[in-house]
Design a protein around this ligand. Structure first.
Ligand SMILES: [Zn+2]
Length: 120
């Protein structure tokens, strides 16, 4: 656990970006081994249903619903500058991660700040 914490701490010091977006028809089509910086969108770019990615800490696999009928759900915007996810993503499984993705860039939030939704 201490090693995992150290590893995620070091990774957070490095700039993190999502540089590639891959679109899949179904959740089962998403490969299990996703590289960091890759965002897997399930659905179509116009109607995305889910977004999967490896947490920028390197230790979580994040799956977010983009469907308004789900609670919680997130909004994904695919713009020229990269992907934006709203609101922020907070993971309480060790190690604690709370970050926003804005135009492909990961912005870490300190633990005391809490303005996003918890992952289901
Ligand atoms: Zn994480």
């Amino acid at each position: 656990m201490a090693l995992g914490f150290l590893r995620s701490f070091i990774q957070r010091l490095q700039p993190s970006h999502f540089t590639s977006i891959e679109v899949f028809d179904s959740r089962s089509a998403v490969p299990e081994t996703m590289g960091r910086g890759v965002m897997a969108v399930v659905g179509t770019p116009a109607r995305p249903k889910w977004v999967y990615f490896r947490c920028p800490c390197g230790q979580h696999i994040v799956l977010l619903s983009l469907q308004a009928s789900h609670d919680p759900h997130w909004r994904l915007e695919l713009g020229r500058g990269g992907a934006t996810i709203f609101p922020s993503v907070r993971l309480t499984a060790d190690p604690y991660c709370h970050f926003s993705v804005r135009r492909g860039r990961v912005i870490w939030h300190p633990k005391r700040f809490w303005a996003g939704r918890r992952r289901a």
